[in-house]
Design a protein around this ligand. Sequence first.
Ligand code: OGA
Ligand code: MN
Length: 295
Amino acid sequence: MQIIPLHPEVGAEIRGLSMAEVAQDESAYKAVRQAFEEYSVLVFRNQPTDDAVQVGFSRRFGNLETAKVGSIGEGTPFSILTNIDKDTQQLVPPGHKEALRAKANQLWHTDSSFRQTPALASLLSARTIPGEGGETEFISQRATWLRLPESLKKQLEKSFAWHSYGHSRAKIDPSLASQREKDALPPACWRMCWQNPANGRVALYIASHTYAIEGMPDPEALALIDELMHIATADPAHRYEHVWQNGDFVMWDNRASMHRGRPWAMNKPRYMIRTTISASEEDGVAALRPPAKTH
Ligand code: OGA
Ligand code: MN
């Protein structure tokens, strides 16, 4: 297995190892797991697009989430990101739910911070890509952490923030998340940094889903969240941009990075399949929980 770093702060391409091998073989998994802990974003190219292999690879890392209520893959391990209507197989018109969802994915975020069990990792597979646009960008939240002043790090180490799916969807359209979808995903509260148990490295833990900080008046909290987002994402030099090719799989560590989709021409189809691995206690979830939930 070769590891080819893609950016000074985040990401590496894995060569000489197939995803099917990782699905089948514990020692192959261990090597990939080590690279995952180190680089936060792993790229695999020229892989067969096989749902069973995607699930087998993902299952090595932990339990899989089921796709959200109201999403195309609801109840299955597959979250589908696309502008193709699932019933008609036609491109969706502007304003369609899937088009708005694509826009919401273009806000910087980490996956599933709004769930009662946050996500360790996501694995995204390109099945149909537009000729241009539709890239995915990543930043390291470990690198963000290192850019923060000491006093702010001290404060954030003991701060807990609220995350809500409805909050990030409402930034695009107030009716994008239905009541049923919101009811299925009540807000979650997590420490504002996540320490990796394998190497001790600390990452800022916020997302487009973050809307409040325990014990802080809302205007102050929103200003701080905005400022942190700015420090994390404003400078393009900190980003790894993944330009998709057919057969690419990209895996990322939701504890230690943020990502966003980039726009593409909506008259071009894009179809991506994501599996998402839940974080376990060994992945550092215990330290993320607030001492007691107060609201
Ligand atoms: C995701 C995501 C962005 C993209 O799969 O979680 O945010 O480029 N994807 O599709
Ligand atoms: Mn995402």
